[in-house]
Each structure stands twice: as structure tokens, then as C-alpha cells.
Design a protein. Structure first.
Length: 373
């Protein structure tokens, strides 16, 4: 009896023959292009979703940052105390430290406000005389004319400025809501994060459980390592800047030091912006020579951060090329402004760490989540 050839086999012979006639390079390029289009479409859809849910996404990111920083402290205290009490002590202690820093900054600004106003008034006169000389040769009274124009502009547009300030006050409400949601989530992450992760891993089913486990552990270790390392780098930069400003006699050294600490969380552009503000204060109060010295701190601290602190402190986290960091920060800034610039590098680091971990064969894995790029 003659057996009939399956229909499915006959149908698949034509496209297989067509694909077989195409060059191998073209076939690989077609597959790569299809994958790139699919990934780009998924990324665009994700961007649209995130852009519509900015508040919860930012709150979740802040909660993860708080958890990564306070988790070692909570684990240490939980050895002798109930975990709920350890979480409460860690969060309350952190809040008290932040409030204390705010009080210190307020006291410093209040104590130096009178002297600073006098120094700035005299500093503008020194700056004007300096600009009138070589090599600028700006005409006498140019700064005074500029100040008068700014004052008249503010006076004529006072109503519009007040309206803009009132409409922008909604940011305060949104920031408070984001902080409250982040604090709420961090409480549960610190208290029962392992149980939450175990529940999420069980939802993946029996297939792919090991892959989910490795990816999740690697993502968390990378994010926590990056965040803790960034705190160390920011604190070191702030100490260096604070010591330099105190030695140079620049007013408001404490507020400027705190500004440098928080600005360092935005890679590449945060520290230069903070030191530029310090340079303006130094120019207005101490003159151009001290301002140039403060500008020199930008170069010195940048070299220390790039060639010493980051290689040493970030050794346990995924290390990506400086070009990738610069492109990530630029893309994050375009897509999400300051928030996008702050979250771009950790997101790229985590994604790259997960990709490298999943590319490893199971027999190459020695520890769960131990992937370094």
C-alpha cells in the first residue's frame, strides 16, 4: 500500500526551500532585525505605560533604594530583636537623621544670612570691577543694568510668576504622596521581602523556576550593590567638597556639601552641577580666585571618583563601560528628565547583569545570583 505524504510536510517544503536559497548572512540579519523590532516595540509600550504611571513607578524605585540601603541594618538588628521592631527602628532612625540634617542646614543658613547678604553685595562690586578689566572689558554699569532689567521683568510679570508658582505647588502634593507610598512599600520589603519574592517565584510555575530564581537574585544583588556603592561614593564626594569649601572659607559649606551628596546620585552631571553652584557662591563672596579653585575641585574630584572610587566601591556590582553610562544618562534625561537621569544607570546595570546571568549555562552557576558583567 502506498503511504500518502503528510500535507504539513509538503506545505513546509516551499518556505524552507525559499529560505534555504537566501544567503546565511541575510537570514541572520532578518532574524536580528525581527528581534530588534519586537524588543523596540515592547520597550516603547513599556515606556508609554511607565510614563502614565510615574508616581507609583518612582515610589517603587525609591522603596527599593530604601530597602537596599537599610536591609543590612535590619538584618543585623533582627538577630536580637523582632524583625518588625528592627524595621521600625531603622526607618525612624533614618527619618530622625534626615530631619536633623534639615535643622542643621536651616540653622546655618539663618546664622549666615546677614553676613552672606553683605558679602554678596560687595562681591558683585568686585565681580563688576574684574569684568571691566582685561580680557573682558565690559562697560561700567553693565551688571547694574542687567539687575535693573531683571527687577523690572519680575515686577511686570509678577502675576504670571505667582500663577506659575501656585500651579507648580501640585508637585509638593505629588512628592509627598510618592514619599508616603515609597515608605509604605519599603516597610513590607524590609519586613517580608523574602516571602514576597518566594510567592512571586511560585507564580512562574514549575517550568523556568530556576531561571526566575537566578534572574531575580542577580537583579537584586546588582541593584543593591550599585545603590550602596553609590551612597559610599556620594558620601566620599561630599566629604571632599565640604573639607575643601571649609579650607577655602566659602560660606554655606554645610548646605553646599549636602547638595553635592544628593547631586552625586545623578551620574556624570550631578557633581559638576553642584560644584558649579558652589563656584557661583564662591565668586560672589570670595572673589574670582577662590571661585577658580572651587572649579578646579570639579576636575580633581571627578578624577578621584572615576579612577579610584568607582573601581573600588562598585567592584561587587555590574560594571558597564563609561560610554554606556553616558548614553544611558543622556537617554534617561531625554525620556524622563532628572528622574530619568537618576534611574537610567541602575536600570541598565540590572538589565545587563540579568542578561549575562541567563546566558550562563546552569553547570557554570556556582551561586544563585552571582552574575557579574
Amino acid at each position: 500500500m502506498v503511504r500518502r505524504r503528510p500535507v504539513a510536510t509538503r506545505r513546509s517544503a516551499v518556505p524552507a526551500t525559499v529560505l534555504g536559497t537566501a544567503p546565511a548572512g541575510l537570514r541572520r540579519a532578518a532574524v536580528f532585525a525581527f528581534c530588534l523590532i519586537a524588543i523596540s516595540a515592547a520597550g516603547y509600550v513599556g515606556y508609554l505605560v511607565v510614563s502614565e504611571l510615574t508616581l507609583p513607578v518612582v515610589a517603587l524605585f525609591l522603596a527599593l533604594v530604601i530597602t537596599s540601603v537599610l536591609r543590612p541594618v535590619v538584618d543585623l538588628m533582627a538577630r536580637r530583636l523582632p524583625r518588625a521592631l528592627a524595621v521600625l527602628i531603622a526607618l525612624v532612625g533614618t527619618a530622625l537623621v534626615l530631619i536633623g540634617l534639615g535643622v542643621v542646614v536651616g540653622e546655618v543658613v539663618s546664622a549666615e544670612s546677614g553676613r552672606l547678604s553683605h558679602e554678596i553685595h560687595g562681591g558683585f562690586g568686585r565681580i563688576e570691577k574684574w569684568l571691566e578689566g582685561a580680557p573682558f572689558h565690559i562697560r561700567h554699569g553693565a551688571l547694574a543694568d542687567l539687575q535693573n532689567k531683571v527687577t523690572s521683568f519680575v515686577s511686570s510679570h509678577r502675576q504670571q510668576l505667582v500663577s506659575a508658582a501656585v500651579s507648580g505647588a501640585s508637585w509638593i502634593v505629588e512628592a509627598a504622596a510618592t514619599a508616603a507610598l515609597a515608605l509604605f512599600c519599603s516597610v513590607f520589603f524590609l519586613h517580608s521581602g523574602e516571602r514576597m519574592w518566594a510567592w512571586a517565584r511560585r507564580q512562574s510555575g514549575s517550568t523556568g523556576g530556576a531561571g526566575w530564581e537566578r534572574a531575580g537574585r542577580t537583579a537584586w544583588q546588582t541593584f543593591a550593590g550599585y545603590t550602596r556603592g553609590l551612597f559610599v561614593v556620594a558620601a566620599t564626594n561630599a566629604v571632599l567638597v565640604g573639607v575643601g569649601l571649609v579650607i577655602l572659607g566659602v560660606p554655606l559649606a554645610v548646605p553646599l556639601t549636602l547638595l553635592e551628596f544628593f547631586a552625586a546620585f545623578i551620574p556624570l552631571i550631578g557633581s559638576p552641577v553642584a560644584l558649579a553652584v558652589a563656584s557661583v557662591v564662591a565668586l560672589a563672596t570670595r572673589g574670582p580666585v577662590i571661585a577658580l579653585v572651587v572649579l578646579a575641585l570639579i576636575v580633581v574630584i571627578g578624577q578621584i571618583e572615576g579612577h579610584l572610587l568607582h573601581p573600588l566601591v562598585m567592584s561587587w556590582a555590574v560594571r558597564i563601560h563609561p560610554v554606556a553610562i553616558a548614553l544611558s544618562v543622556a537617554a534617561g534625561t531625554v525620556l524622563g528628565g532628572v528622574i530619568g537621569a537618576a534611574v537610567a544607570v541602575p536600570v541598565v546595570s540590572v538589565a545587563w547583569a540579568v542578561i549575562c546571568e541567563l546566558r550562563r549555562r546552569p553547570d557554570e552557576v556556582t551561586e544563585p545570583g552571582g552574575g557579574s558583567g
